[in-house]
Design a protein around this ligand. Structure first.
Ligand SMILES: NC(=O)c1ccc[n+]([C@@H]2O[C@H](COP(=O)([O-])OP(=O)(O)OC[C@H]3O[C@@H](n4cnc5c(N)ncnc54)[C@H](OP(=O)(O)O)[C@@H]3O)[C@@H](O)[C@H]2O)c1
Length: 249
């Protein structure tokens, strides 16, 4: 549908769930794809083989905990060396650690570090080279949870809302350099991340959909591919809900 050939794309957390679909979508569209994961090397290897069988090209899978500065530097350095400079950064790796606000201690920092700080630090690592080449795409994976404001998710909702603010600010700083920065807010999708979601949380997210179909990781990947494409050059600083119409604004 969209041609990403000649572009180098990094997706964080590409070994499972939404990231796996995003890696596949970018590769099928012609991008040279790299992804990182935290520890599950067998899932990463499965994605490598899946992409290779679909496209004939072997993606680069790198173990890197993006919360750690050293790992982020190593990740970007290895991709630069093996594939060249990154054109498309998809900040997808994320976690949730729900709990009531008054008892939220380490879970606040843990979630903010991975879901908000790491996307900012990784953006810093690619922006200089994107600026020099006058082309770039940064796509942050948020969540409609931040739009709704779910109880028990102060950390997650704050981090995901923060991604929208980060995208808007970077979009203003880097628009003149041909770089777009957007957020995609998925609705509820069955993955390892949502396996233990409470009935209340599922109800809060699923009861409001306009399209009564199960949302898939591929639906999110389609939006990523579009925003990564040249055709989406005029869209920046936006938040796009991919949620079957759950959120009305
Ligand atoms: N699922 C949903 O309903 C939903 C809805 C809205 C938004 N989202 C967002 O979509 C994104 C992906 O969610 P998902 O459901 O696909 O999650 P998931 O199934 O739990 O997959 C998480 C991925 O991130 C990687 N990861 C976790 N911590 C990492 C770290 N510190 N450094 C590097 N990689 C790390 C994991 O690697 P390992 O395999 O090695 O652990 C895995 O590849 C998240 O940002 C999430 O907040 C999800």
């Amino acid at each position: 549908m969209f041609d990403l050939s000649g572009k180098v794309a990094l997706t964080t957390g590409g070994s499972r769930g939404l990231g796996r679909a995003i890696v596949n979508g970018l590769a099928i569209s012609g991008a040279q794809v790299a992804f990182c994961y935290k520890s599950d090397s067998s899932s990463a290897e499965a994605v490598v083989n899946e992409v290779e069988s679909k496209t004939g090209h072997r993606p680069l899978a790198i173990q890197a905990d993006v919360v750690a500065n050293e790992a982020r530097q190593r990740l970007i350095g290895q991709i630069n060396k093996e594939f060249g400079p990154i054109d498309i950064l998809v900040n997808n790796a994320g976690t949730r650690e729900d709990g009531i606000a008054l008892r939220m201690t380490e879970a606040w920092d843990d979630v903010l570090e991975l879901d908000l700080t790491a996307p900012f630090r990784l953006s810093q690592l690619v922006l200089r080279s994107m600026s020099r080449r006058l082309w770039g795409r940064i796509i942050n994976i948020g969540s409609i949870a931040s739009r709704i404001g779910l109880a028990g998710q102060a950390n997650y909702n704050a981090a995901k809302a923060g991604l929208e603010g980060l995208s808007r600010s970077l979009s203003q700083e880097y628009g003149k350099k041909g770089i777009t920065v957007n957020t995609i807010n998925p609705g509820f999708i069955e993955t390892d991340l949502t396996e233990d979601a409470s009935a209340e949380l599922r109800q809060a997210l699923l009861s409001r959909v306009a399209i009564p179909k199960e949302l898939s990781p591929e639906a999110v990947a389609n939006a990523v591919v579009f925003l990564a494409s040249g055709e989406a050059w005029a869209i920046t600083g936006q938040a796009l809900n991919v949620d079957c119409g759950a959120v009305k604004s």
